[in-house]
Design a protein around this ligand. Structure first.
Ligand code: AMP
Ligand code: MN
Ligand code: MN
Length: 334
């Protein structure tokens, strides 16, 4: 018999990967439906996708009667723009989390290190479910719901909720929509399925204008001076690298919501291939956000520098001076 042609082989491989993912979604749902206590974790410096996934599942599990806690290792409070998602008060401080959860769910963390100090729970939990969509994720946990094709981790959380037979009420829908609208930058990178999911979430009670305003379109007036300074310092290099640095005093003065929004302005430079924002978190320590405008794979560069992420959006943390970190970025991009 002749070999199937390459196109057929690729199609079969995609089909098999879809089936494997569906099995894992179903395994995750089965474990969660049977659990009496669940701890859900977002990655450090949680965004709407990480916290939205954890809270959407957490709210549904709580309503089923399970004991639920949601946490993240740092910072020590929920970002202001995400606080309204926690309608049941499920978020607990990292030092108050159960030492050995019956079921642990890791949301939107590309690797155990992204859970910070709470990564220790991976060793003590009865069972770990990992939900993530980063192509750089090496895989961890017993049940791995990992799909780099998903626009956001909330897409996977939604699949698990459907499989659990959970009701999508307005509180759950709001959490899922928050992750979807932010990770797709306002649906710019959303495919047809993600748009259909958005429609379902709006029908369930998520309010697009209210959520988008709170999550993406609102800053304290005082930030304008910080943004102006950050943009004034921006440098365009001949290679198409546009970068700026947010000094420690501004990182301390402004909310993470403001600091994290700078890269979305930098990436709009017409000449930019890659935008980089160096956030100074200690005198010689920088958290770096990288964005690609298309051609360059910034996940590869971030991985080479000890971080990870997606092709178009990635990050890493590095010790050194600003110039040393910039030299590292230039070297990783060639
Ligand atoms: P950020 O620039 O922090 O918004 O991150 C961009 C993307 O890269 C997000 O999907 C993050 O989850 C991911 N990311 C950021 N830092 C890291 C890291 N150190 N390791 C793995 N993924 C990261
Ligand atoms: Mn995230
Ligand atoms: Mn995400």
């Amino acid at each position: 018999m002749s070999e199937p042609d390459p196109a057929m082989q690729r199609a079969l491989a995609v089909l098999e990967a879809d089936r494997a993912l569906a099995r894992r979604v179903s395994d995750a749902a089965e474990v969660l439906v049977g659990a009496t206590q669940v701890t859900l974790l977002a990655h450090v410096d949680p965004d709407a996708d990480a916290l939205g996934s954890a809270l959407a599942l957490g709210i549904a599990l709580r309503r089923r009667g399970a004991e639920v806690e949601v946490s993240f290792a740092s910072p020590d409070r929920v970002p202001e723009s995400l606080a309204a998602l926690d309608v049941l008060g499920l978020v607990v401080a990292p030092d108050a989390v159960s030492a050995a959860p019956e079921v642990l769910v890791s949301c939107d963390a590309a690797e155990p290190a992204r859970l910070g100090s709470l990564a220790r729970l991976l060793d003590t939990a009865g069972c770990t479910v990992m939900l993530d969509h980063h192509g750089t994720n090496p895989g961890f946990g017993e049940i791995q719901v990992l799909d780099p094709a998903a626009e956001a981790t909330v897409v996977l959380a939604h699949r698990v909720l459907v499989e659990m037979g959970a009701r999508l009420d307005a509180d759950v829908a709001r959490c899922l929509y928050a992750g979807l609208v932010t990770d797709t930058r306002g649906f710019r990178t959303a495919g047809a399925d993600a748009h259909r999911l958005a429609a379902e979430l709006v029908e369930a009670g998520a309010q697009p204008a209210v959520l988008a305003r709170a999550l993406m379109d609102e800053h304290p007036f005082a930030w304008f001076a910080g943004l102006s300074a950050a943009l004034g310092r921006a440098v365009l290099e001949p290679t198409g690298l546009v970068h700026t640095t947010i000094p420690l005093e501004d990182v301390r003065r402004f909310r993470p919501e403001e600091i994290d929004s700078v890269v979305d302005v930098l990436r709009t430079a017409q000449e930019a291939e890659v935008a980089a924002v160096l956030k100074q978190v200690a005198p010689a320590r920088f958290v770096v956000s990288l964005r690609s405008t298309g051609r360059v794979d910034v996940a590869a560069a971030a991985t080479a520098l000890g971080g990870g992420g997606h092709r178009a959006a990635a990050g890493f943390t590095r010790e050194g001076t600003e110039q040393e970190v910039l030299a590292g970025i230039r070297a990783a991009l060639v």
